[in-house]
Write a protein that binds this ligand. Structure first.
Ligand code: S3P
Length: 171
């Protein structure tokens, strides 16, 4: 099997982790969740890392573990954090190391999905509906040009894991 590193990108609330699990199962490779790897390494939740050590620290650890986990493993589907591709040189690294898929949703859908678990994520903690929608619109505008550098962009509302299997097998 050649080059079977697959990265799933997308905004918070896009369902990257769930889809990564299904895709990994179908490709018969391990599923890696970068946020989970960070939590394990730091011994605390992402929310706590932000609270106690700050976002800069989180971004440094995120970059280091993205590099370490990717270079140590050849076959995987990895769900990235929503911000991962947008900090340091991470998108360049992702593009150089494997195939990337952007799971795209519009801001309205993302905001309503995020409203269902607003306190899990430090960047949107405590926001009311309107503030959250504005935050998602503004942040997505900044981040999407980076996400769109992925090898593939798929519509999150329509995409099934088996369609992604076909994509990852394209040259
Ligand atoms: C973040 C997204 C989160 C997590 C952290 C920061 C972001 O991951 O990495 O809270 O900057 O968008 P999910 O996209 O899995 O929620």
């Amino acid at each position: 099997m050649s080059n079977s590193r697959v990265f799933l990108l997308g905004f918070m609330g896009a369902g990257k982790t769930t889809l990564a699990r299904k895709l990994a199962q179908q490709l018969n490779v391990p599923c890696l969740d970068l946020d989970g790897i960070i939590e394990e390494k730091e011994g605390m939740s992402i929310a706590r890392i932000f609270e106690q050590r700050g976002e800069d620290h989180f971004r440094k650890v995120e970059q280091a573990l993205l590099h370490e986990t990717t270079t140590n493993n050849e076959h995987f589907v990895m769900a990235l954090g929503g911000g991962t591709p947008c900090f340091h040189n991470n998108m360049e690294f992702i593009k150089a190391m494997g195939k990337s898929i952007y799971l795209k949703y519009n801001a309205g859908i993302l905001a309503s999905r995020l409203m269902q678990s607003p306190n899990k994520r430090p960047l949107i903690k405590g926001m009311d509906k309107e503030t959250l929608l504005r935050y998602v619109e503004e942040t997505l505008k900044l981040r999407e040009p980076v996400y769109l550098q992925s090898n593939f962009t798929v519509d999150g509302t329509k995409t099934k894991p088996n369609q992604l299997v076909q994509l990852t097998q394209q040259a």
